[in-house]
Design a protein around this ligand. Structure first.
Ligand code: SF4
Length: 349
């Protein structure tokens, strides 16, 4: 069986879908083929994953057109006919793909959109709790997806249902030796202060304060990981320490994955970096702002933790994209440096 899995974005969601692939592999055996369709910038998350046979990237940033994507899929379909489309995104774009290949059976994930939307509309903490107890546990999004698909595939015995990059060769990437600091001279903690949307970021000043305290109180090195556009990370230069390594904008996605794979701990927002770290079995401390861990993106590792403040306005959007409508970003500002520091120190023990 050849399955085409579709999830264009975002980084964290693509990482989480490796659980679906691992589960399908356990269920369908080594003969099954899996092709993943995603945005070009996320191809390197999966192109060396041992259970993924092909990755097809859609490079809209470089002007690739829909017909280019269809051609790539057609070429593959001609060589290895596709039997099933698993739409893990459930957006207009993935709908268009299913429509293009109307003759191939398709299954679409239920993203609990209505439940999530309704949760953003309830403005009472008590009612939110009641709503959550009815519709959301602390089940991960992946567990929900697999529960839905279990019924279709008719087999619940397959065990490998975790997000896991550890079997992949990412950790041996030679490009790691091209990093500005390589090897990082000692055990290190990753600080990941970025996120896909501005409102999902714990203030960078708080990260700076946290780094200063942890540098004083622990013997570890601290590595800042963020993308090329995250110039706000320049503020870390006020810390004069040879144990702080600011790699913002200096690593490719693959190199960032390698750095995360070897970390002792990752502290970051509800973002892709934390999901990647967890996929390597690295404990994560995740800070939630306008999104809610109940949406299914809380860290799942037994040594991971999250901090999320209950308040009437939270969650205010399903993705964290919507601008804050209050005078301050209370959901993030209420998370104190000391609370993060205490949790981090406990997790480092
Ligand atoms: S403070 Fe409330 S309204 Fe503002 S971003 Fe956070 S959750 Fe949304």
């Amino acid at each position: 069986m050849h399955i085409l899995l579709v999830r264009f974005s975002s980084m964290g969601d693509v990482v989480l879908q490796t659980a679906t692939i691992n589960w399908l592999r356990a269920l369908l055996g080594p003969e099954a083929k899996f092709t993943f369709v995603t945005a070009q910038e996320f191809v390197s998350l999966l192109d060396t994953h041992p259970e993924v046979n092909h990755v097809i990237g859609f490079d809209r940033r470089k002007g690739e057109k829909w017909k280019d994507l269809v051609k790539k899929i057609d070429d593959l379909d001609n060589k290895e006919p596709i039997d099933l489309i698993l739409d893990l995104h459930a957006t207009l774009r993935s709908f268009r793909l299913k429509l293009t290949y109307w003759n191939i059976p398709a299954l679409t994930v239920d993203k609990r959109r209505w439940e999530r939307f309704l949760l953003t509309k309830i403005k009472s903490v008590k009612l939110k709790r009641l709503f959550n107890s009815k519709f959301f546990g602390l089940e991960t999004q992946v567990e929900r997806i697999l529960k839905d698909f279990e019924g279709v595939f008719g087999d619940t015995r397959a065990k490998r249902r975790t997000v896991d990059f550890r079997k992949g060769p990412h950790q041996e990437l030679t490009s790691l030796s091209e990093l500005p600091v390589y090897p990082i001279p000692g055990e290190y903690v990753v600080l990941a202060p970025s996120a896909s949307f501005l409102y999902k970021r714990w203030p960078v000043e708080s990260f700076v304060e946290l780094a200063k305290k942890l540098l004083e109180e622990t013997p570890y090195h601290y590595v800042i990981l963020a993308g090329p556009d995250d110039k706000f990370c320049e503020v870390f230069k006020e810390i004069q320490s040879d144990r702080l390594h600011n790699l913002q904008g200096k690593t490719s996605l693959k190199q960032s994955m390698s750095v995360l794979a070897h970390a002792k701990l990752c502290i970051g927002n509800d973002s892709g970096m934390n999901h990647i770290a967890e996929a390597y079995g690295v404990p994560c401390l995740t800070l939630f702002g306008p999104t809610d861990p109940k949406f299914g993106f809380a860290p799942h590792g037994s040594n991971s933790r999250f901090i999320s403040k209950e308040m009437f306005c939270k969650p205010c959007s399903t993705t964290g994209k919507t601008p804050c409508y209050r005078d301050k970003l209370y959901c993030m500002l209420d998370i104190s440096v000391d609370e993060v520091r205490t949790n981090a120190l406990e997790m480092m023990k």
